[in-house]
Design a protein around this ligand. Structure first.
Ligand code: ZN
Ligand code: ZN
Length: 196
């Protein structure tokens, strides 16, 4: 009996240590002819919240992701494919200048700005539906939103929070930062965000 208690205590100690230091490697994967400068911009910004980030060379969109009828790419197929191209402690974010889409309820092919597993190891972001004036800023906000989903965050009711549900619109200019609740969650996951 004593032995079991000891094992339990030891495993509890190792669990807490792990959650404190663990931070995933973020792999940035530009798709198709995605703009290199734009990818570097994302790299530089992510480095401020996680130094473990790598920018990969462009790869073609997964073959079976092309949706000819609307000349765009299926986001669900993209994340399903790219999630297999990384190591155990990594998460991958695909970057697209082309429109991406997913099935939403009764709508078979719905255009989106991003899609990520909740939780999981892959997400994809497209700038196709973003405003031209502050595209880089909007793009990075959606990258953070999708990475938030991969960490397990759901949509957030706070209007200025980056985890707000787009609901088919672009509210990105109203979104300022993660709210205190979402930020606290991500800091616990090892994100280097300023304490709320
Ligand atoms: Zn979302
Ligand atoms: Zn929030």
């Amino acid at each position: 009996m004593k032995k079991y208690i000891l094992i339990l205590i030891l495993s509890l100690i190792s669990c807490t240590n792990e959650t404190k230091v663990h931070q995933k490697i973020i792999v940035i994967q530009p798709l198709g002819d995605f703009n290199i400068e734009q990818a570097k911009n994302v790299l530089n910004k992510i480095q401020t919240i996680n130094p473990n980030v790598v920018l990969r060379k462009n790869i073609p969109f997964p073959k079976n992701s092309y949706y000819e009828l609307r000349n765009r790419y299926r986001a669900d197929t993209i994340i399903k494919t790219i999630k297999n191209n990384i190591g155990k402690d990594s998460v991958i974010v695909g970057l697209s200048n082309k429109d991406i889409s997913v099935t939403k309820g009764k709508i078979e092919d719905w255009g989106v700005m991003g899609l990520g597993y909740h939780p999981g190891k892959a997400c994809v972001v497209s700038d196709f539906r973003m405003s031209i004036q502050n595209k880089n800023e909007q793009f990075y906000k959606v990258v953070l939103h999708e990475l938030g989903h991969t960490e397990g965050l759901a949509h957030c009711p706070v209007k200025t929070c980056l985890m707000r549900d787009a609901e088919g619109k672009n509210h990105l200019n109203e979104e300022k930062d993660f709210c205190i609740k979402c930020k606290t969650y991500l800091i616990e996951k090892g994100w280097n965000l300023k304490n709320p």
